[in-house]
Design a protein around this ligand. Sequence first.
Ligand SMILES: NC(=O)C1=CN([C@@H]2O[C@H](COP(=O)(O)OP(=O)(O)OC[C@H]3O[C@@H](n4cnc5c(N)ncnc54)[C@H](O)[C@@H]3O)[C@@H](O)[C@H]2O)[C@@H](O)CC1
Ligand SMILES: Nc1ncnc2c1ncn2[C@@H]1O[C@H](COP(=O)(O)OP(=O)(O)O)[C@@H](O)[C@H]1O
Ligand SMILES: [K+]
Length: 525
Amino acid sequence: MISAFTGQQIRDAEQPLLDSGEGAVLMQRAAYGLAQAVIRELKKKRRLAGASVTVLAGKGNNGGDGLYAAAYLARRGMRSTAVLAADSVHAEALAAFRAAGGRVLQLGTSNAEELAVLCAGEDVIIDALLGTGARGGLRDAPAELIAALQELGPRLVVACDVPSGLDAGTGEVHWPVLDADVTVTFGGFKAGLLTDPGEGCAGRVELVRIGIESALPEQAPELRRLTGRDLGALLPRPGRRSHKYSRGVLGVVAGSSRFSGAAVLGVHAAALAGVGMVRYIGPEPAARMVLSRTPEALWESGDPGRVQAWVVGPGVDGEEQLGRAGAAVEVALGNDLPVVVDAGALSLLPERCPPHWILTPHAGELASLLDSLPSTGEVAVTRADVESRPLHFVRQAAQQTGATVLLKGATTLVASPSGIVFSQSEGTPWMATAGSGDVLAGVLGALVAQAADGIADDDAAYAGLGLDPADRWAAVAAVAASVHGRAGTVASAACDGGPLTASAIAAAVPGVIGSLSAEYDRTIP
Ligand SMILES: NC(=O)C1=CN([C@@H]2O[C@H](COP(=O)(O)OP(=O)(O)OC[C@H]3O[C@@H](n4cnc5c(N)ncnc54)[C@H](O)[C@@H]3O)[C@@H](O)[C@H]2O)[C@@H](O)CC1
Ligand SMILES: Nc1ncnc2c1ncn2[C@@H]1O[C@H](COP(=O)(O)OP(=O)(O)O)[C@@H](O)[C@H]1O
Ligand SMILES: [K+]
């Protein structure tokens, strides 16, 4: 599992070493790691000797890291320039940079445009304006420089610790920000690099160890991200004595005369994600389509029979089907069953949900959901608000509803009402396609049914990852988001990174589950 921290958590871990006079050593390790990353990136494109680098240096330690890294690159034969964005910068680092033969330019009120043009012609730019000590975003000349440079489109940008202007703890972004190709981050992942909009500016994130790692609060990170190995440990598998009822039965209330495709995709994806059986509840025309794609499913026109979990909501529309969704929600509430509540059913929630209810809104649906809650304040929450502060709002929704909340997006966040949050980002932008969310609901429903009480005895697997059993539903949802994202990426890769349909995502699910499990089996002792 990858743990990610706030800027404050990182600073707290650094403090004992700073107090014992190790600050300069930490900075040297950070700068060396940064320089090595620049070299690796450049070598992918061209020769190192004679290549040009410009470091944009701010007044704090982030600027110090950048200047020391650029000094190292100058000594390796690169043409190195420093653009100083403040009157005073880290003095020793600047001296080292000058001593290595670097050229120093001062950013002022009148030369931002001119320096932006110069930077755009460089082989690589190191963004070391602001790091974890930032309060708010870039202002004045640095803001002008970055806005102009972003517009010009630089060749290669490596961000020092975080892209400047990004809040390391929350991922909120104060524009303008220069999009990085790679962010080299020090000591520990910053939460803001693993949640949008910050993750969208950071490019690939590389971690450089600087010696503070053992002091980080591993048991209480700001964000968690499951890796392939974690998925291999958590994904359910049938045993020799399994039968279809012991593997979990999922009830699905999805689709309608208008949106029958949502039912077709959701049921098909659930079947492909390994559940014992799917019972579909819906109108006959939709049921015919569901069964023609997934003959393995059962159509329940009356009493749904016994299930271990529900998916309620994808494509649900019209009084009749909303009535069936409402009835399923009541049955789940009465029998204490887990439910995935999606799309049309998000308006059917009781005042307080249990943590094994998993809500799956996208940003627009989360805004409406929050607005509908009596505990939300007077000011309406908009889709844009959620998109600019997803970590804040997904946590708020979990706290206010009592449910586990999965917020869909390029990075998908899952918040448990206990406060812990998972972040998964394995998908491809091609997954922004109609029906993709219905596939996710099906995969999640299948995993939830297989994790239900009486079906799985898997507390040990969660404990192995340091997770409290109370947070297992958030972990199950994170597994589903990851499997879904990986399936999309696999499906797109199968056509050389080309477009995909929701059906193609579903079709790739068994292979993703299979290879994660097989890889895990290969690596356990
Ligand atoms: N403390 C250490 O020895 C280490 C620090 N590290 C680096 O140091 C960084 C943190 O250093 P700092 O705490 O100096 O913080 P920053 O380098 O982020 O800069 C903070 C400085 O910028 C000013 N500032 C804050 N917001 C601003 C804004 N919006 N516009 C203009 N100026 C603003 C502050 O007044 C302060 O002087 C990390 O991101 C990392 O790069 C790493 O080298 C690891 C070791
Ligand atoms: N840019 C993106 N990159 C990766 N995944 C994305 C992106 N945009 C959307 N997704 C994923 O695609 C799915 C879209 O779901 P949703 O918005 O409910 O669509 P629909 O209702 O059309 O099925 C979600 O799982 C989301 O995480
Ligand atoms: K930076």
